[in-house]
Ligand binder design. Structure first.
Ligand SMILES: Cc1cc2nc3c(=O)[nH]c(=O)nc-3n(C[C@H](O)[C@H](O)[C@H](O)COP(=O)(O)O)c2cc1C
Length: 221
């Protein structure tokens, strides 16, 4: 499909915040754009710090140009980027149609603000719009241990219908690399959005472990 036609589809809003695990956010954007889906992306200032710390990539999240440092040209074609301070961006209004929002990874500060109706950045405002318009909101928290405050905030969100998908990979899928563990979490997020994928092996019953034992080594797909 031509890029212009794809871009006319309702975008998925994706926010990357300053929790550890920026690899999850970047890999998620890559997976969704590889599936040909348009994304409206926003990164918090803290996400920029964590990306530098964890991945060694220096990005100025206040500008859209650094997108090219994070994603390939095909992905960039499908991404509209807005810095988190840009409160006049389309996704700051519930009237702008989207297919929902994913916050990956989500900092404790970010989900605390959403749970308590504080929308002082584009990320929290877009999340507020998703909730009030009854659209899908997926939050991928990354913190451990979780305090009672964190748990209360996540419970509030779950009761509002928000999907809480902690960045916790499973080990039954036979993952052998960090990328495969990351892909397990990405796959679980895509499941919430009902986007088909083959990023992790689904449990198929007792024969599942046999198939893992019998595989000839290397990848698990
Ligand atoms: C290297 C690094 C790792 C961090 N890891 C986490 C984390 O795993 N979870 C979390 O909630 N906050 C983490 N933080 C703290 C957040 O970045 C901080 O609370 C920030 O204010 C979140 O802002 P944001 O929600 O606007 O991105 C980390 C910060 C740094 C610099």
């Amino acid at each position: 499909m031509a890029i212009e036609k794809i871009k006319n589809q309702k975008p998925l809003v994706v926010a990357i915040t300053g929790a550890s695990g920026s690899i999850y956010g970047l890999r998620f954007v890559k997976a969704v754009t590889e599936l040909g889906q348009p994304i409206t992306l926003t990164l918090s200032a803290a996400a920029g710090l964590v990306i530098k710390e964890e991945l060694g990539i220096d990005v100025d999240v206040r500008e859209s140009a650094p997108l090219a440092r994070l994603f390939d040209a095909n992905a960039c074609d499908l991404i509209s980027y807005y810095p988190e301070h840009e409160l006049a961006a389309p996704i700051a209004s519930g009237s702008y149609p989207t297919r929902g929002m994913v916050i990956i990874p989500a900092s404790t500060s970010c989900f605390a603000k959403i749970a308590n109706g504080i929308s002082d950045s584009l990320i929290e405002r877009a999340a507020e719009c998703a909730v009030k318009e009854g659209r899908k909101l997926v939050v991928v928290p990354r913190e451990t241990p979780l305090s009672a405050i964190h748990l209360e905030n996540l419970l509030k969100l779950a009761r509002l219908g928000v999907s809480v998908v902690p960045a916790v990979p499973a080990f039954y899928s036979g993952a052998q690399t960090v990328d495969e563990l990351v892909d397990f979490v990405i796959g679980k997020v895509l499941d919430q959005l009902e986007i088909p994928h083959s990023l992790y092996r689904r449990w198929t019953g007792p024969e599942y472990f046999l198939s893992l034992q019998n595989r000839s080594g290397g990848g698990n797909k």
